[in-house]
Design a protein around this ligand. Sequence first.
Ligand SMILES: [Zn+2]
Length: 655
Amino acid sequence: MLYMNAPKKNNRKLIVTMALPYANSSLHLGHILEAVQTDIWVRYQNQNNNECLYFCADDTHGTPVMLKAKELNVTPQELIKKVQKDHQDTYKLYNINFTNFHSTHSDENKSISEDIYKSALDNDLISKESINQLFDTKEEMFLSDRFIKGTCPKCGAQDQYGDGCGTCNAVYSVEDLINPTSTISGTTPIIKDTEHIFFDLPKKRDSLDSFLQNTILQEPIVNKLKEWLNDDLKKWDISRDAPYFGFEIPGEKNKYFYVWLDAPIGYIASAKNWANKNNILIETLWGKESEYEIHHFIGKDISYFHGLFWPALLDSSNYKLPTGIHVHGFLTLNGEKMSKSKGTGIMAKEFAEICDPETLRYYFASKLNNKVEDLDLNLDDYVQKINSDLVGKYLNIASRSSSFIKKNNNKLIDEVDSSLLDKIISNKERILNYFESREFSKAVKLIMEMADETNKYINENTPWKKELNESVEISSIALSAFYYLSIYLKPIIPNITKAAFDFLNTEKNSFDDIGKKLNKDINNYKPILSRLDKIELPKEEKMEDQNIININQFADIDLRVAKIIEASNVEGADKLLKLKLSVGDLGNRQVFAGIKSAYNPSDLNGKLVILVSNLAPRQMKFGLSEGMVLASSDDKGGIYLISPDSGAEEGQRVK
Ligand SMILES: [Zn+2]
C-alpha cells in the first residue's frame, strides 16, 4: 500500500521505532539523521492529539560486540552498559524524546525471542541443516564472511572480504576466496561442518505477498521487496555457534540466536519494559488485536530484514505486524559518503560541541522528504540556512517586534482583522499533511514563506515611524504570526520554540492553538539563537586513518623514567627477566620484561629505563606485571632497552 493523504482523524494510537543503534561504538551523524526524522514525526503526532509512543534500544548481540569487548579487555556486558549510556547521552543532546530506551540484552527480549521462536517451531517453520563454514582454529570459532579477507577470485585484488570484492564488485562464495585469512587471528581458516537452525522463509511467501499489499511502504521499497520475494527466497539461517554473545536457543546446546533474529524483537522488548513499569499489558500495545499502528523508521540498508524476515517471523507469532515501514537514504557530508577512512565521518557528540544541535535538527528537516534519497549535509549551506531562516527570518520577527511592545509595558493589544494571520491559519491543513507524509522539507519551505511575508508586513507598515498605539498594533499582529509559526516549528526545534513560548508567556501550544489569541501580557525578549560562523571540522578521523594520533591520545600514555633496583631470572621462563623498578612518586613496580636473551640481570642494576606506567596490570603465571619497559628490537633477535640521557630522574614524566 503506498502512502495516501494524511489520515484526518485524531486520537490515533501509534507506536514508532527507529533502527536500534549497535552497541560497539559511539553514534555518528547518520544515526542522528534517523533519530531526528523519527522524533519530528513522533512529536508531530503527539502535538496533533494522537497518542504516539517512541521505543528504541541498543542492539547488543553478535560477534562485533564480543570482539570489541575482548579488544578492550572488558566483558561484553560491561561494554554494552557503557555504550548504552553514551548513546542515551548523545540522543539527549539532540533532544530525541524516547518514551523508553532499552537494551536487546534484557529479560524481556530473551523471553519474547524464545516465545516467537516457539511459535515458529509450533508452526513447523524451523529445520536443521548441516553447513560448511570457515573455522578459525586459533580462536576456536566459526567465522562469518565479514571476518575473512583474501584475494578476489575474479580480479585478483587483495584484502577483500569473504562475500564480495570492493574493487570489481564481484559477489562470490567464501570458499572461492584465494588465500583466505581470519581477520581475528590472522591465521588461515579451515572448512568445518556445523549444524545450523533455519527459519523457513519460502513457506511464508503468501503471507509476505499480502504483507506487501497491506503495509504502508514507499514504491521503490515495495519493488525491491517484490523482486527478492519472487526471486530466490531461501531459508534463513537464524543460529550461530558458540562462542557468541547472545541468547542461547532453547532446547539446543551451544547454539545462539543470530543477532538479526533478536534485534528487531528488541522493539517489542523495549515496549514491554515500559508497559510493565506502567501496568499495561504488552498485548494491549503489540498483540495481534492491538489498536496501535506500528511504524518503523529505518535506513535503506536494512529494508531486507524489516521487509521480509521481520514480518515473516511475526506472522506466526502472537504479535502484530508493522503498519508502515519508512525508509530513508544515507547521510553524506559535503557531497561525500560519510567514511572514517576518508576523514568525512563525524561523531555526533563532537558535532554537538561545534553547533547547537537544534540547528542540525532544523537543517535535516529542511532537506528531509519521504523518498529513499541520500541527504547531503553541506556545511556552508548549513550555516547559510540557519542564519538566513532561523535567525534572519523567523526569530527576527520576535526581536524587531518586541521593542515596540516593551514600550507598551509588554502588553499586546487585540489585533484587528489581519489577512496575514488568516493566511497563516489557513495553511494549517497543508502543514499537517506535510508532517504526516514526512515531507518535512515542504513544511519548512512553507513556514519560511510565511515568515518572509510577516517580515514584509512589518517592513510595509513601518512601525518605527508610527505612533505608539499603531506600532503596538502592527507588532501584536506580527507576534501572533510568530506564535503560529512557532507552533508549526515546534516538532522540529522544540528547544528554540520553547524559548519563544516563554517569551510569549504561553504553555500548551498544540496545533489546536493555531488561530487562538495570545495572552495580553508577554515577557521581555531575550536573544534565542546567535548567527553561526563558518564550521571547521576537526581533522582527527583523517589522522586516525594514517595511523597518526593527536596530542591528547599521546598524553593518555603515561611514560615515566624508572630505575631498575633489582633484576632477576624467572624460574621456568626462558625469555623473561623480573625487574623491580623505582618510579619516584609512583613508588616501586614489578615488571616482567622479555629481554633475557640480551641482558644479564647483574648488568641492569641501577640502569634508567622508560616505563609505560598506566598500562593495565597483567596477571602472569609468575606474578603480576605492573607496566611495560620500552625497548627496540630487530629481526635478528637483538633487544635494546631505551634509556634517558644522564641527569633524568626516576618518576619524571616523558612528554
Ligand atoms: Zn575483484
